[in-house]
Ligand binder design. Structure first.
Ligand code: 4NP
Length: 159
């Protein structure tokens, strides 16, 4: 069976998208379905290529029981061939991703909070310039959205 390949996208690839990647990795482990997935993240910008995730994000995730690592990389056109879902965090990332996507692959690009039943379609706020509360808020948004996304995939596979 082909793996489902999922790529999360934010601006710098050091706060939001690596956290989404880490949460999804952990949740699929917990559900016993990790073997069915390939999961990655990237940024639309090149500022932080090769860097580890923001330590504030990592520390906050640990408090919530999620541990993860990543090396930042930039989104490129091949990603749209290699992944089934390309999931931007906000409108700006969505517009940047759509400017790279080949015709025929547009339906792969779906905003993260399309799966957030509490605030469908809104942005995952950028916590980079904010305080500790922002990181917790982002964790909760991503955890809810990622769990709903997994439920959505489960329903697709039943059809
Ligand atoms: P991210 O957050 O897109 O969630 O990784 C940011 C990280 C760095 C910057 C902006 C957003 N920056 O301007 O350096």
């Amino acid at each position: 069976m082909n793996k489902v390949k999922i790529l999360f996208v934010c601006l710098g690839n050091i706060c939001r998208s690596p956290l989404a990647e880490g949460i999804l990795r952990q949740r699929v482990e917990e559900r016993g379905i990790a073997h069915l997935f390939e999961i990655d993240s990237c940024g639309t910008a090149a500022y932080h290529i090769g860097k580890s995730p923001d330590q504030r994000s990592v520390a906050n995730a640990l408090k919530n029981g999620v541990s993860y690592q990543h090396a930042a990389r930039q989104l490129n056109e091949d990603d749209f061939d290699n992944f089934d879902f390309v999931i931007p965090m906000d409108d700006s990332n969505y517009i940047d991703a759509m400017s790279l996507v080949p015709q025929g692959a547009k339906a792969k690009v779906i905003k993260m909070r399309a799966f957030d039943d509490l605030a469908k379609g809104s942005d995952v706020p950028d916590p980079y310039y904010g305080g500790e509360n922002g990181f917790q808020e982002v964790f909760e948004i991503l955890d809810r959205s990622v769990n709903n996304f997994l439920d959505h995939l489960g329903k697709l596979s039943e059809n």
